[in-house]
Ligand binder design. Structure first.
Ligand code: ADP
Ligand code: MG
Length: 417
């Protein structure tokens, strides 16, 4: 697609070395488009799904600029601010900054709710080059005068759509209003609802718009399949799938909170350890469920779309859509939970006849035909024409799936089941 290499950007030496150590050779599509304009001082509006490499797309140019700045950050100020919707994302972003800073002296600070303020306050007191924060706690500390934001010259709103979905519109606007007037700004979002473009309009200054085409956004390492089956057959099919050998960690998506509870209960009855997380659960119950999932004591987490926004657990091998999402965009968010860090992932959608319309809406967005259509004649259909699935290794992933014989169920097979 592009012959560009990271060397073509002329990034500062410590960054170039860190990239080599990280074995980053070629920029991803979003990186290829977004890095150069930011090195030249332009604002960026980036439209790209999860797994497209957005973090490096903003972290590399920011680090490059910061390394060129003389002196150190003044006490109680930050030079770059990255806002993220969830704690997990903030942690990941900070890790990437540290990794790409390599041996260079770049001070960083993580500001998140739910943990002690003291360390955060101490770090901010010294002044930091790169501050990664979730909006709520950051505003607390600003209001308590632990940090000023008027020296922020580089700002990124990561996953802006999720941030606004989570009710951070006002906090984000307040934070943005405090930044240095001559700053470089970037905003990344998987989708562009009017609220996001409204924010972009006021926040960005003549931005370069970079976009990754939907077809290439769904990470190729995710093997996606869909099965048509009766709503009543879903419970048994899910238990069968989750009992398979390759399932290490799975997220099952349900449409409603009650549905999520019911699916988790049924899994338990069917002998598979599962927990549900959704907005009706107390924060500490959610955290406990997440910890159990992260530590592997529970291998299946059943979540609603909203609840899943806070989850960024590595090593998720399977994403199951027990219900189709109401918003087709959420399909992409959902399956983006797997196949992180270059690992393979499997996404299976269980589609009831009355959900076929929603399935077609998903297919429109992903550009992939996932559910065999038309005549219910599964036996004569070629099976195993999976989508995605890492190009060069046909057959890979079957064992992992714990369902060796069929990749995709045709409609007749499902009806017969
Ligand atoms: P996003 O923020 O778009 O979801 P990330 O920035 O988290 O994506 O990147 C997804 C994964 O891909 C990460 O593990 C990251 O280290 C890796 N990655 C990103 N860019 C490259 C690249 N150019 N070469 C190799 N791996 C990359
Ligand atoms: Mg990201």
């Amino acid at each position: 697609m592009t012959d560009l290499t990271f060397a073509d950007f002329g990034l500062a030496q410590p960054i170039a070395e860190a990239l080599a150590r990280a074995k980053f050779e070629k920029p991803t599509a979003i990186q290829a488009q977004a890095i150069k304009p930011q090195l030249e001082g332009r604002d960026i509006l980036g439209l790209a799904q999860t797994g497209t490499g957005k973090t490096a797309a903003f972290a590399l140019p920011i680090l490059h600029h910061i390394l060129a700045m003389p002196g150190r950050a003044a006490p109680g100020t930050a030079r770059a601010l990255i806002l993220a919707p969830t704690r997990e994302l903030a942690v990941q972003i900070l890790d990437e900054f540290r990794r790409f800073a390599g041996g260079a002296r770049v001070s960083t600070c993580l500001v998140l709710g739910g943990v002690s303020r003291n360390v955060q306050i101490r770090n901010l007191g010294r002044g930091v080059d790169v501050l990664v924060a979730t909006p709520g706690r950051l505003l607390d500390l600003v209001d308590d005068r632990k940090v000023r934001l008027d020296e922020v010259r580089f700002v990124v709103l990561d996953e802006a759509d999720r941030m606004l979905d989570m009710g951070f519109v006002q906090p984000v606007r307040r934070i943005v209003s405090m930044l240095h007037p001559r700053r470089q700004s970037a905003m990344f979002s998987a989708t562009m609802p009017s609220e996001v473009s409204g924010l972009a309009g006021s926040f960005l200054n003549n931005p370069v718009r970079v976009e990754v085409a939907p077809q290439s956004t769904v990470v190729t390492k995710i093997e996606q399949t869909a099965e048509l089956l009766d709503g009543t057959a879903k419970r048994a099919r899910l238990a069968e799938l989750m009992g398979g050998t390759g399932v290490e960690r799975a997220i099952v998506f349900a449409r409603t909170k009650r549905g999520a509870d019911r699916v988790a209960q049924n899994l338990e009855k069917d002998g598979i350890k599962a927990e549900a997380i959704h907005g009706n659960k107390a924060q500490n119950a959610r955290q406990r469920a997440l910890n159990n999932f992260r530590h592997g004591t529970v291998k299946v987490l059943v979540a609603t779309d909203i609840a899943a926004r806070g989850i960024d657990v590595p090593g998720i091998t399977h994403v199951i859509n027990y219900d189709l999402p109401d918003e087709p965009e959420n399909y992409v968010h959902r399956i983006g939970r797997t196949a992180r860090n270059g690992a393979d992932g499997i996404a299976i959608t269980l589609c009831a006849p009355d959900e076929v319309k929603k399935m077609r809406a998903v297919e429109k967005i992903t550009g992939e035909r996932l559910l065999a259509g038309g005549i219910p004649d599964g036996e004569s259909k070629p099976r195993g024409n999976r989508r995605g699935g890492g190009g060069g290794k046909p057959g890979g992933g079957a064992a992992k799936q714990g369902r060796p014989n069929r990749r995709r169920r045709g409609p007749s097979r499902a009806n017969a089941a």
